[in-house]
Design a protein around this ligand. Sequence first.
Ligand code: FAD
Length: 291
Amino acid sequence: MKIKQVYKGGKPVLSLEIFPPKENYPLETVFETVDELKKLSPSYISVTYGAGGSTRERTVEIASRIKNEYGIESLAHLTCVRHTRAEVDKILDELAHEGVYNILALRGDLPDDDPEFDIHKQEYRYAYELIQDARSKDDFGIAAAAHPEGHPECKRLNEDLINLKHKVDNGVDFLITQLFFDNRIYYDFIDKALRININCPIIPGIMPVLNARQIKRIIYLCGASIPSKLLNLVDKYEHNPADMEKAGIDYASQQVLDLIESRVPGVHLYTMNKPAQITRIVTNVNLAGHK
Ligand code: FAD
């Protein structure tokens, strides 16, 4: 099934993102997470990909088992930077061989620890090129990333939006957003996207803040702005992990409730492989089982 179909049902769709365990951890640990997440009846589970191919086998295997053993639709992330066209072709073949026909087509972050890296020498420079290649191959359902606060490399949000429009026009079924902590940022972004005729579903990506350290990492990785309400919570509970986690779950639950009330097509939760905390959010907002 192509995932885009689930967004035609009228009810808010629950989707979840997990990541493969690091190489030195047994692969099976991720299936303990999936066992728990399955109870929430998500419409699909997405599996991240290490830029440059570091999780290649694991991403393919996990996406395959979610689909074939758990009977849950899976969305395999695939990043193209630092891959050749021949490598991408092979990975798409591997996914198709496993019956995984939905991908989240990404460029991937540029390496900041490789002075030799030159984007101009890459076979892929942007995600839209991967989308073009995937479209010309097997019959894949294709999702892509959207950045409501603008992608950090792009100086102007308007320019980033035009690049996004170009990406979507190359064959994207739906978009999943980078995380954000203020829903107004998402609503403004939707308005701007609609104004330039980006008409596919744009699914909000929500990540609960479960500890104070995470905030610093989020700012470093994607530059998301942190509203003072959330910063105050982090200040208040910085040295009290249990209360910080509870406050983070409540904050994310409020965000999701507001989004559902505003009739978003679905909510994509970045689970960070933490099923207990994600279960509490999904239960708080009564989103389980809305397949
Ligand atoms: P692109 O759409 O290619 O955009 C990258 C930059 O290039 C932007 O600044 C854009 O404005 C600019 N640009 C795009 N097209 C053009 C053009 N035609 N001309 C000029 N400029 C252009 N990373 C991982 O490594 N693994 C993952 O599994 C992963 N999953 C993610 C899931 C989601 C939902 C999101 C939002 C991000 C994820 N990322 C992941 C991070 C992502 O790879 C990075 O944000 C990356 O830096 C950009 O990827 P992109 O696909 O948005 O790139």
